[in-house]
Design a protein around this ligand. Structure first.
Ligand code: PLP
Length: 354
């Protein structure tokens, strides 16, 4: 039986995408070959790549605005370095909102001077810093839109006088934003798009070519743009599956439609966390993530009972990250509201038992 999948990543995909992609593993386009064994230079796959890239730009509302979508490898973690390699001449400003921001800062420090414009470390990253200013003489500003581990999310973005780079690994395609405010967006596929193995980069071309260093070819966005995201063998299967997820999203009504569903799921989840005296939310209310709800049990003695009940209800993947503890319900685009209701039901059942 299919479980309620709250995994933080790799995570749930729409069931129809799983079915279509498994069919393509057996026989892609009824052509007698598996998607796993065709050339990435075949017309069939070039069409997939072009369609996936076009869907990204279309869904984000970036058509005709000078952006290119790329599917690269190395995860969001490789982007921590690649962003700096391509954009950092001297100094850059980073907003430190948790574990992933920290890693981004650490890698960029290999390339130049990195300044934290603000940090929420003082409260174990349970909030998003506000009211900071971004120096106009820096090369770029970097932020993390959704903090997967801590369960916080930026509800608005600063008016940046310099190019704005955003790690959207865990909330891309989940809510309506003016995506033109960003100059570079990156995201590992495995949270809201597809299986692990592909990394999406959306870059405004005009910000490139401004650093004096020689960038190794594989790390240069321009080589990937010039080669239509096929500089080397792309992750064929993850790109195909991502394309299917983007088609699913488009058929659903795009980001606007999924945003409404995501808001409803989060509302159901957080009202239980707030109303049930056995549980306590981790993130401050105004900065709560619509994607990852973090919470703890007030009384540790109920842990075993709660976890047994979760298991019996077929609920999977709600354990919190080790740096926060407790629980984390990841409610990515593909998670049905019925899964959230199933989790909330277990929480309220625990209350009636306690
Ligand atoms: C998961 C995650 C990453 C790391 O992604 P990899 O693809 O494993 O490198 C980076 N940033 C955020 C916000 C994440 O959620």
């Amino acid at each position: 039986m299919k479980k309620h999948n709250f995994s933080a990543g790799p995570s749930i995909l729409p069931q129809e995408v799983i079915l279509k992609s498994s069919q393509a593993v057996l026989d892609f386009n009824d052509d007698g070959l598996s998607i796993l064994e065709i050339s990435h230079r075949s017309k069939a796959f070039i069409d997939v790549m072009e369609n996936a890239r076009a869907l990204v730009i279309e869904l984000l509302g970036l058509e005709g605005k000078g952006y290119k979508a790329l599917f690269l490898q190395g995860g969001a973690s490789a982007q921590f370095l690649m962003v700096a390699m391509n954009l950092l001449e001297k100094k850059a400003g980073y907003l430190n909102t948790g574990a992933w921001s920290n890693k981004a800062i650490k890698e960029a420090k290999n390339i130049g001077d990195i300044y934290e414009v603000a940090s929420s470390k003082d409260a174990n990253f349970n909030y998003i810093p506000k009211g900071y200013s971004i120096p106009s003489d820096y090369d770029y500003f970097h932020c993390t839109s959704n903090n997967t581990i801590f369960g916080t999310q930026m509800k608005s973005f600063p008016n940046s006088p310099i190019p704005m780079v955003c790690d959207m690994s865990s909330d891309i395609f989940s809510r309506v934003l003016d995506f033109t405010q960003f100059d570079l967006i990156y995201a590992g596929a495995q949270k809201n798009m597809g299986p692990a193995g592909a990394t999406l980069v959306v870059v405004k071309e005009e910000i490139l070519g401004k650093v004096s260093r020689t960038i190794p070819t594989i790390l240069d966005y321009k080589s990937h743009i010039d080669a239509d995201s096929m500089y080397n063998t792309p992750p064929v299967f993850p790109v195909y599956t991502t394309m299917l997820t983007l088609e699913w999203l488009k058929n659903l009504g795009g980001i606007k439609a999924i945003e409404e569903m995501n808001e409803l799921k989060a509302q159901v989840m957080y009202s239980e966390i707030d109303l049930n005296p056995l549980f306590k939310g981790f993130a401050v209310k105004e900065d709560r993530s619509l994607m990852n709800a973090t919470f703890t049990l007030e009384n540790d003695k109920l842990k075993e009972t709660f976890e047994t009940m979760l298991k019996e209800a077929g609920i999977s993947g709600v354990n919190g990250h080790r740096s926060v503890g407790g629980y984390r319900a990841s409610m990515y685009n593909a998670l049905p509201i019925d899964s959230v209701k199933a989790l909330v039901e277990v929480m309220s059942e625990l209350e009636s038992k306690a």
